[in-house]
Ligand binder design. Structure first.
Ligand code: PRP
Ligand code: URA
Length: 209
């Protein structure tokens, strides 16, 4: 089982605090999600292979390093994962984007699948699944299961806030998937919301409440 990576960088922690604040507007909330995702992508892409190339500066020829053509795909879980796409793509503009549509049934809390469109060449790609919230883990486990059926090279899961219950369920269901999060919170409440969390991420991104 891979140890989860918890991003404790001061910039990320500062922005997560603003994100949690109930008085943060939808506009600010969207900007913060984008910024945090970019900073976290920096960590999640740390193992990308590089190769040596020759480059000519205005002064001299030198050997330097470039990304060795590794193919990435980002897969946001709709809806809230959509808020993370821009921050990820700003860092890796060549990445392909897939989409998985899931919502939690309000009584069972189980994920309900409604959409799945993944890049045709996903078998040649490393996938980073994006969703700001890992609560019970049901949505992440289901989405990763759908992606695994298409045989990608590897899968990572990136969220902003995780509950211990969801992290445990996800790492047990998919021990090969590296999880990145910015905060590991206390617990879930009786409605399976993360405590202290930030509320309903989709509603705060899209202003639907
Ligand atoms: C939220 C969130 C995750 C899911 C996490 O989505 O974005 O996808 O809940 O909960 P879980 O770990 O218990 O499955 P939601 O179902 O509210 O749908 P939405 O993004 O369309 O609002
Ligand atoms: N989904 C959210 O958006 N927030 C939570 O706290 C749990 C699930």
């Amino acid at each position: 089982m891979l140890k989860p990576f918890i991003a404790d960088h001061p910039l990320i922690q500062h922005k997560v605090t603003l994100l949690r604040d109930r008085n943060t507007s939808s506009k600010q909330f969207r900007e913060l999600i984008r910024e945090i995702t970019g900073l976290m992508c920096y960590e999640a892409t740390r193992d990308l292979p590089t190769c040596e190339v020759t480059v000519e500066t205005p002064i001299a020829k030198t050997k330097s390093r470039k990304i060795a053509g590794r193919k990435l795909a980002f897969v946001p879980i709709l809806r809230a994962g959509l808020g993370m796409v821009d921050g990820a793509v700003e860092l890796v503009p060549s990445a392909r984007i897939g989409h998985i549509g899931l919502y939690r049934d309000e009584t069972t809390m189980k994920p309900v699948e409604y959409y799945c469109k993944l890049p045709g060449d996903i078998g040649e790609r490393d996938v980073i699944v994006l969703d700001p919230m890992l609560a019970t883990g049901g949505s992440a486990i289901d989405a990763i299961g759908q992606i695994k059926q298409r045989g990608p090279r590897s899968i990572k899961f990136m969220c902003i806030i995780a509950a211990p219950e969801g992290l445990k369920a996800l790492t047990e269901a998919h021990p090969d998937v590296q999880v990145y999060c910015a905060a590991l919170d206390e617990c879930l409440n009786e409605n399976c919301y993360i405590v202290p969390g930030l509320g309903d991420a989709g509603d705060r991104i899209f202003g639907t409440k």
